[in-house]
Design a protein around this ligand. Structure first.
Ligand code: DP6
Length: 326
């Protein structure tokens, strides 16, 4: 009744931001991400009849409140499938800063779902295969986690025509394209507004939210086309537009949702300066101040050197594998 799984973070090139008004955490916008090698969460789940409640540790520290409640909701789905009520011990560790816009919830919930299903020895009901079912389960916990179930270039739709219950799908395997994501972490501190509440606030108060939702499928289609065609300039331009339009929508919320810090702007200026020098580099930013730069693998050292003076930490990631039982 014990299993360990590893899952990697992902970076969305076409962003998911906002939920459709249906139950089950269904995105309002289609998204496409790269699963990243080397940004890993490792999670062990042990179901134990002797436990009175679920216990969750992250990096060795006991976690309760809403994060524990989210873990328990995933475990409840697995317990319902397995037909038992045993509580579980969940031990999780990231090899990168938690809650800092490096998408730890994506790798975290993907690893949790895979480990819990393996520990309970249940295969979720088919409908595109066991991994698709695991991806749907991960999406219900955190939509970006649905994408980390798979490796390479991965899309998640909005569920229309899929029974309002989308699973992520592989657009291309990691071998399709040797591309690099240079992560520039401007701080190692946790962010102050999480994605779930941030997108809810944006939907409720930003006059730009309907425009964001209407426009997003066009950028998603362009990102998908550019990935399949290995067209870096087109991909970069569409990915940067997706991130900046999402942030415009956030900033138009009331009160404004402003994830940028001064260093964020400095990094955006560095990326523009690189482009002016002929280096193919494009920025994307999630619900945090960090800047991630999409570039050719050969240009990654030069991009990292340009970001490094303004960052608490930089790293270069390449496309990686999906969630797997360790
Ligand atoms: C900005 O997947 O963390 O990183 O579904 O509420 O858990 P919940 O949100 P989450 O949101 C990720 C938002 C994003 C863009 C993206 O990854 O597509």
């Amino acid at each position: 009744m014990k299993a360990t799984a590893v899952a990697r973070s992902n970076i969305a090139l076409a962003k998911y931001w906002g939920k459709r008004a249906v139950p089950g955490n269904v995105p309002a916008t289609p998204s496409l991400s790269i699963t990243l090698a080397g940004l890993e969460t490792r999670t062990t789940v042990s179901f134990d009849a002797a436990l009175e409640r679920d216990a969750f540790t992250l990096g060795g520290a006991l976690v309760d409140g809403e994060p524990l409640a989210r873990v328990t909701r995933v475990l409840d789905e697995v317990r319902a499938l397995a037909g038992f009520a045993h509580r579980a011990r969940v031990e999780s560790a990231n090899d990168f800063p938690t809650a800092s816009g490096l998408a730890s919830s994506a790798s975290g919930f993907a690893a949790l779902v895979r480990a819990a299903l393996a520990a309970a020895k249940v295969e979720p009901a088919p409908g595109g295969g066991a991994l698709a079912a695991a991806s749907r389960m991960a999406r219900r916990a955190s939509a970006s986690a649905a994408r980390s179930m798979f490796g390479g270039f991965v899309a998640l739709g909005t569920g229309e025509g899929e029974g309002d219950d989308p699973a992520a799908v592989v657009v291309a395997p990691k071998e399709h394209w040797e591309i690099a994501v240079v992560v520039g972490a401007v701080t190692l501190a946790p962010k102050n507004v999480g994605s779930t509440s941030g997108m809810q606030h944006c939907r409720d108060t930003s006059p730009y939210f309907p425009a964001w939702v209407e426009d997003a499928p066009k950028l998603f289609a362009e990102v998908r086309r550019a990935v399949l065609a290995r067209d870096l300039a087109a991909l970069g331009a569409a990915a940067e537009a997706s991130a900046l339009r999402m942030h415009a929508c956030m900033m138009a919320s009331d009160p404004a949702l402003l994830y940028f810090q001064p260093a964020t702007m400095t990094l955006l200026a560095e990326v523009r300066a690189l482009r002016a020098q002929g280096v193919g580099a494009w920025a994307t930013i999630d619900a945090g101040p960090h800047v991630k730069v999409i570039t050719a693998l050969a240009d990654a050292p030069r991009v990292e050197a340009a970001l490094q003076p303004h960052c608490a930490r930089t790293l270069v990631a390449v496309p990686g594998d999906g969630a797997e039982v360790a």
